[in-house]
Design a protein around this ligand. Structure first.
Ligand SMILES: [Zn+2]
Length: 62
């Protein structure tokens, strides 16, 4: 599993790998999971600290 982490652009909370290891195996085949897995444009995750949605732009930048 690729490792990535980032700081929330809203609250600066440190997010480690989006907790992707918590996603059930059955859900991992969905396109949304692959996008998030690779931090591709179009993927988004909710910050665990402030609940804001963080999307990824081109090159995986938040
Ligand atoms: Zn946040």
């Amino acid at each position: 599993m690729p490792y990535w982490s980032m700081y929330c652009i809203y609250c600066s909370g440190f997010i480690i790998d989006g907790l992707l290891e918590c996603v059930p195996a059955a859900k991992r085949s969905e396109p949304a999971f692959r996008w998030l897995f690779k931090a591709e444009s179009g993927a988004a995750l909710a910050c665990p600290y402030c609940d804001e949605l963080i999307g990824f732009g081109f090159n995986g930048t938040p």
